[in-house]
Design a protein around this ligand. Structure first.
Ligand code: ADP
Length: 193
């Protein structure tokens, strides 16, 4: 099974992806996590991405596209994967389409977690408080404001792209965590033959 989780920062993509990994034995591919690892390891991509990420802006499409291209070929992706944080622009969605076509893979479903923007700031502040020393460079109020702007301008159109392709399912991300999981499972059942 190959699926995409869409939704703004703080929508709960990471939490739900972890549950899908357990239930379906597929891997979670988070471009945010991959980029943070690159920053930590000071790789060329990491050095390039560090300041962009701290500002809450997007790393160039081609850079992220290459990271994903390498990753989806790995052996652990054979049973499928959840893309979390990618694609974030329509151009990335096109890159993914070409990539999957080249590898003869198909996308089963795209699930968008729909949340009230007013709840997001609180959720992210909570995450920043609870993660303590491991606080993310981009969980500051300014970077968050920027991440939400970027989401509205560049990532929201990705939902329309997949709606037009007949792949989009929306789930209410304001429900409690277990209910969101159940609805995601229902959306998967409805889409995966
Ligand atoms: N697909 C992508 N395209 C461009 N930049 C990305 C992508 N995925 C992650 N990033 C960079 O990493 C940052 C953190 O991503 P992520 O962990 O997915 O954050 P969020 O919690 O905001 O969903 C983004 O703000 C961006 O700078």
């Amino acid at each position: 099974m190959r699926l995409i989780l869409l939704g703004p920062p703080g929508a709960g993509k990471g939490t739900q992806a972890a549950r899908l990994v357990e239930r379906h034995g597929i891997v979670q591919l988070s471009t945010g996590d991959m980029l943070r690892a690159a920053v930590r390891d000071k790789t060329p991509v990491g050095l390039r991405a560090q300041d962009i990420m701290a500002r809450g802006e997007l790393v160039p499409d081609a850079v992220v596209g290459e990271i994903v291209a390498d990753r989806i070929e790995a052996a652990d992706c054979a049973r499928g994967f959840i893309l979390d944080g990618f694609p974030r622009t329509v151009a990335q969605a096109e890159i993914l389409k070409d990539l999957m076509a080249q590898k003869g893979l198909t996308l089963d479903v795209v699930i968008e977690l729909v949340v009230d923007e007013s709840a997001l700031l609180g959720r992210i502040e909570k995450r920043a408080r609870e993660s303590g020393a491991a606080v993310r460079a981009d969980d500051t109020p300014e970077a968050l404001k920027k991440r939400l702007e970027v989401y509205r301008a560049q990532t929201a159109p990705v939902s329309d792209y997949y709606r037009a392709a007949g792949l989009l399912q929306t789930v209410d991300g304001m429900l409690n965590v277990d209910e969101v999981t159940e609805r995601i499972e229902a959306a998967i059942k409805a889409s995966v033959a």
